[in-house]
Design a protein around this ligand. Structure first.
Ligand SMILES: Nc1ncnc2c1ncn2[C@@H]1O[C@H](COP(=O)(O)OP(=O)(O)O)[C@@H](O)[C@H]1O
Ligand SMILES: N[C@@H](CCOP(=O)(O)O)C(=O)O
Length: 353
């Protein structure tokens, strides 16, 4: 028997102006406890049995069918790109998930990273993390959250300009990458493997004094919906506004001691947050009602990923800051939980028992 644990941090993407570019891995981890037994005890679909421990108090039921569950479906995609049609006999995957679903803390990106790591490990494929990022990008398609979860820390990401034939392969519909479940039947179709080097990342410094407060409202905003409210085109003024702030952000968050006014300014955004206010009651007020001048300890506030979670960066007075944001949500009859998190510098790890 082989057994190992895959650990993946959640993420907060964008950090204000870095829409689809900047991500931060945070200290809330999805764990997969995996065992592979050489002898089958029963006939399992695709040789895989899933158990799921929800520590996130989400209402959504996560499927335990390996063809449907996002993590095992992604693992099967990676395996099938390498001519392995199923998990090795007999794979047991126990998922322990404290990341709230659909709240902007990268639960789906973390699950996709978990899937590629799982496929790589059980298939003994020996793929590098750089190559695994290609597999993630065939599914998630924006690199900010998956690169943070895979590599850890505070990252800037970009997509490479690919050759025309590779562009076509990268843009293959998701339904061909992750085909609809076929009711336990193996269709034998080999899915499209990703082109090489779709995306890349660079780690930035993070000042050790800066902590992340995640204020998590009790409602879901699916990332797809939050992307659908964004415009197709932007004014030059809004693009320049974001470029100016995104260029400052890594230096602002990497400098010790932190400069609160510089960080607050560098976390402003005109590309995604103003449009997402239609999905998150009170968002505009929440992003503006306190500043480092009016709240000691505060450095900056932004939407975490596609929301609805709010990320407040701070050096101290964490409870006070969280309580003030929670009170703002409460004025719109929205209740929240909150967590004090730190950057997770290690990214996704595998530990053999
Ligand atoms: N651990 C998991 N296992 C299986 N599916 C997951 C897991 N985490 C997230 N998902 C899927 O991803 C969806 C949330 O994705 P998304 O809308 O992108 O929100 P988020 O901001 O949390 O990533 C969930 O509704 C669920 O279907
Ligand atoms: N850049 C993306 C990030 C989505 O992150 P998630 O945590 O909400 O999945 C976006 O803003 O749409």
């Amino acid at each position: 028997m082989t057994s190992f644990v895959i650990k993946i941090p959640c993420s907060s993407a964008n950090i204000g102006p870095g829409f689809d570019v900047i991500g931060l891995a945070l200290s809330l981890h999805l764990d997969l406890h995996v065992t592979v037994e050489a002898k089958p005890s029963s006939q399992l679909p695709f040789n895989c049995a899933i158990t799921y421990e929800d520590q996130s108090k989400s209402v959504e039921q996560i499927s335990l069918d390996p063809e449907v569950n996002l993590i095992t479906r992604v693992a099967l995609y990676v395996l099938r790109c390498h001519d392995q049609r199923a998990f090795p006999v007999e794979t047991k995957v126990h998922i322990v998930n404290p990341i709230p679903l659909g709240r902007g803390l990268g639960s789906s990106g973390t699950a996709v990273v978990a899937g590629v790591m799982l496929g790589n490990e059980v298939g003994k494929l020996g793929l590098s993390k750089e190559r695994l990022l290609d597999y993630c990008l065939m599914i998630e398609r924006h690199p900010d959250n998956v690169a943070a979860s895979l590599f850890g820390g505070f990252v800037g990401t970009y997509l490479n300009e690919l050759k025309p034939e590779d562009v076509a392969r990268k843009e293959i519909p998701l339904s061909e990458v992750l085909p609809a479940p076929a009711g336990g039947v193996d269709t034998g179709i080999r899915p499209p493997a990703p082109p090489m080097a779709i995306g890349h990342y660079r780690k930035f410094n993070w000042a050790p004094e800066i902590k992340a407060i995640a204020i998590i409202p009790n409602f879901v905003v699916p990332t797809a919906n939050a992307r659908n409210v964004l415009p197709q085109t932007y004014s030059r003024a809004d693009v320049v506004f974001n470029l100016q702030r995104a260029a400052l952000l890594p230096a602002a968050l990497g400098s010790s001691p932190p400069d609160p006014d510089m960080i607050f300014l560098a976390m402003q955004d005109k590309v995604h947050q103003p449009y997402r206010k239609t999905l998150i009651p009170g968002l505009t007020e929440i992003l503006q009602f306190m500043t480092p001048a009016t709240q000691p300890g505060l450095l900056g506030i932004c939407l975490s990923g596609a929301g609805p979670t709010i990320l407040a960066l701070a050096t101290d007075r964490f409870t006070e800051i969280a309580d003030r944001i929670i009170a703002q949500f409460a004025s719109n009859d929205i209740s929240c939980q909150w967590k004090l998190l730190e950057p997770a510098h290690d990214g996704a790890t595998v530990t053999y028992n």
